[in-house]
Design a binder for this molecule. Structure first.
Ligand SMILES: [Zn+2]
Length: 360
């Protein structure tokens, strides 16, 4: 569904009108023709209302007000008058005319506050007739100006349109929350009015590629769940750094032990010996976002990184995806898990099928 911006109700209004005013015939054309009514004339001030302080609209309104008009005999020049910052409150509305416009269009003309001659939209007139009333040409009820789309419009308080605008305004006036104020499980709305459930924070890690000059190292264990996620791929100095070593390096990402390194790489389908420079920022960001998830699951499940299947026997072998499982079948594809051939204290384990070279 497309979002419709309903409108807003300005606090103050500026009226712009020609000082000279205009003499109008009061009544509808057909009244004059059929009922042989007198044609009373009245001095009114055709007015261009704008939201007070609207610097863009003011010159437009002035230009409109000073535009010369043809009174039937001659062109009359006008001087614009600006009445600033009126409270948005209309004390009276009297219908005095119906103007025919091109293509069957028409406009109800009203005098508000016994001075300003403005348009009244047909929907507002109908709403007043149905829900309120009109007595001796005066509209009963409270009326105010609203900005609907780009136009100023008189609306009745407590009408459907009014309530819609108020509802919209109350939402638009929501104060922004600081990130600290977010509570997991809460429903929040962004500036574009997209609603979302806040699940929680992820750990922040800054994976710098310019090792060994890494800066801003976050200790995942200490920073808990509250740090803001940020990742920066800086200009690399160490172009030979491979991803499995980067994950282990305490200067780059702390908190990841050897076990988690292998498990994280497996869960992200990353070939462990890929150079860090081969990844795009997006790919590294995705990886870094996933790191705390895996760590959190592990910490909360006594070091287990793989969720056991129903009725599966809990054993060392079922606890991990690849860690210390060389020669055993991959839980996903059945291929044999392998580890580095050379003897090292911190070997990497991976599935050659799920973590192929250049898989990303
Ligand atoms: Zn596999």
């Amino acid at each position: 569904m497309r979002e419709i911006i309903v409108g807003s109700i300005p606090e103050k209004i500026t009226y712009v009108y020609p000082k000279e005013g205009l003499k109008i015939l009061v009544g509808c054309e057909w009244d004059m023709q059929s009922a042989k009514l007198q044609q009373p004339k009245e001095l009114v001030y055709p007015t261009f209302p704008i939201v007070a302080g609207d610097e863009k609209a003011l010159p437009k309104a002035k230009m409109w007000a000073e535009h010369p008009y043809w009174d039937g005999n001659k062109s009359i020049n006008k001087t614009p008058e600006v009445v600033e910052d009126q409270e948005n409150k209309i004390s009276s509305i009297r219908i005095c005319n119906l103007e025919s416009r091109g293509n069957g269009g028409r406009a109800y003309k009203v005098v508000i506050d016994e001075k300003y001659y403005v348009d009244l939209r047909e929907d507002v007139l109908v709403d007043t007739m149905l829900k309120s009333s009109i007595k001796s040409g005066f509209l009963e009820g409270e009326f105010i100006w609203a900005k609907v789309g780009s136009q100023m419009k008189i609306i009745r308080k407590n009408s459907e349109l009014y309530n819609l605008i108020m509802e919209y305004q109350s939402k638009a006036n929501y104060k922004p929350l600081s990130k600290v104020g977010l509570e997991p499980g809460g429903i929040y709305q962004d500036k574009k009015r997209n609603k979302a459930v806040f699940i929680g924070y992820v750990n922040t890690v800054q994976l710098l590629q310019d090792y060994p000059n890494g800066k801003n190292i976050w200790d995942l264990r200490r920073s808990g769940e509250k740090a803001k996620f940020k990742f920066k791929k800086s200009k690399s100095k160490n172009t030979e750094m491979i991803i499995s070593n980067a994950l282990l390096d305490q200067k780059i990402l702390s908190g990841i032990g050897n076990k988690y390194k292998s498990e994280i790489l497996f869960l992200n389908n990353i070939y462990p010996f890929e150079k860090v420079t081969a990844f795009s920022n997006d790919e590294l960001n995705r990886l870094v976002i996933n790191v705390p998830r895996v760590l959190k699951y592990g910490y909360e499940n006594s070091g287990r990184t793989r969720k056991p299947k129903d009725k599966e026997k809990i054993s060392w072998d079922t606890t991990h995806w690849v860690f210390r499982r060389s020669g055993k079948p991959c839980w996903i594809c059945g291929a044999k898990i392998i580890s580095e051939r050379k003897l090292t204290a911190r070997p990497t384990f991976w599935c050659p099928n799920c973590q192929p070279i250049n898989a990303h």
